[in-house]
Design a protein around this ligand. Structure first.
Ligand code: FE
Ligand code: FE
Length: 391
């Protein structure tokens, strides 16, 4: 009996995580055909540069899977138009292949949610559900539980244990904009993206007018961080006006301060590697704190910001000895912008307009206190910042 693997997704863009996982699935399941099916609707993005057209996604898929002989790209979901429903896709494939054994390849996140799909019962009768491990930790138990539920619904399951790069298309899009995605994409796909100027690759993002900068920044943030960043920007501008710093620099630094925050620790390290940046021991041990450093690198290299802005971003989490007025303003604005809510924030807000250095000191002290409670390690830069203010 012919075995057909069905692998759907937005593939915006297809990356090495997709290729490795699908290849592993094809080998372990003994597939005869592997159908790659880009989905009709991709989540709306505010900026068109971040979404490749259907034709471009198809092209990138054929390039990415060019070395997999059993792979074929199908435009059936795009041709159907509108929202893509897996059940319709499976029915369509079934009609053309009444005898074949069908395998639906899913990332772990999709596999875990499968029992709640509207068409889960019907799908269980037609396909074997395959979970492709994308490398997330601590999910094994949940996968086994989901598999049991699916089998309870009469479905067949396979849990693959493939060692693959843990990366998503949205993270790849960010890394592309930051010029750090090379290790996650097949070479051919990367050159195609460069040629077609997709995902901000080849776009000149230096010295953008404020409004456009905001648009680009928002498109690269996670949705739940946008409010904080805009709040920080507004607060930084107000503080700059109050204290006689440059409000334009303050606004730009506020907008860009968390630009790389969506990248997890591992991707922070990847970006540092791509930029040829050597790290100190503290950063290597706590890569999550790296977003301040990588944010400053991106602010300079991609957005062409000046030294004052770059340095305010670099020290917005840890502080440092002898901070400039703008550095202090960004540190404090990040701490007390209107969306922040914690005991002591009102005191900080008052102090910010009467004694900015006092506010900076209070922020640093609160951070130290918090880290002490959590049993965390204080960065040497924060210690030096406080020592300097206490001298
Ligand atoms: Fe931050
Ligand atoms: Fe922040």
């Amino acid at each position: 009996m012919e075995k057909i693997g069905i692998f759907g997704g937005s593939f915006n863009p297809p990356h090495l995580g997709h290729v490795h996982a699908a290849r592993y699935a094809a080998l372990s399941l003994g597939l005869d055909r592997l159908m790659l099916i880009p989905s009709g609707k991709t989540p709306c993005k505010p900026v068109p540069e971040l979404t490749a057209s259907p034709e471009q996604r198809i092209k990138m898929l054929s390039i990415a899977f060019g070395s997999v002989p059993i792979a074929e790209v199908s435009s059936m979901e795009l041709d159907r138009g509108g929202e893509s429903y897996t059940w319709e896709t499976v029915q369509q494939i079934r009609e053309g292949n009444p005898e074949a054994e069908l395998f639906l390849l899913l990332g772990t996140d999709m596999f875990l949610k499968f029992p709640q799909w509207v068409d889960a019962d019907k799908l269980c009768g037609e396909v074997t559900l395959v979970s492709m491990n994308r490398g997330e930790k601590g999910e094994r138990e949940n996968l086994i539980r989901a598999a049991a539920r699916i089998e309870g619904m009469g479905g067949k399951t396979v849990l693959l244990d493939n060692p693959v790069k843990s990366i998503s298309s949205s993270q790849v899009r960010r890394l592309l904009a930051f010029e750090g995605a090379d290790s996650f994409l097949p070479e051919g796909v990367l050159s195609y993206i460069r040629r077609e100027k997709l995902y901000y690759v080849g776009a000149d993002l230096k010295n953008l007018p404020m409004e456009r900068l905001e648009q680009v920044v928002v498109s690269l943030l996670k949705a739940n961080r946008v409010k904080h960043v805009l709040g920080c920007r507004d607060t930084a501008v107000e503080l700059a006006k109050a204290w006689g710093a440059d409000p334009v620099d303050a606004g730009r630094a506020g907008l860009l301060h968390d630009i790389t925050k969506a990248l997890d620790g591992e991707l922070q390290l990847t970006l540092c590697g791509a930029y040829g940046k050597l790290l100190d021991d503290f950063s290597r041990k706590y890569p999550k704190t790296l977003h301040a450093l990588t944010g400053s690198l991106v602010a300079r290299r991609i957005f062409g910001e000046n030294n004052a802005v770059v340095s305010a971003i670099e020290f917005h989490t840890t502080g440092k000895a002898d901070m400039s007025l703008l550095e202090a303003i960004i540190y404090v604005a990040d701490y007390m912008e209107p969306n922040r809510d914690f005991p002591g924030v009102e005191r900080l807000r008052e102090l910010a307009y009467t004694d900015i250095r006092g506010a900076l000191k209070l922020g640093l002290e609160m951070t130290l206190e918090h880290l002490k409670e959590q049993g965390g390690e204080v960065s040497p830069a924060s210690r030096q910042a406080l020592d300097y203010l206490n001298r």
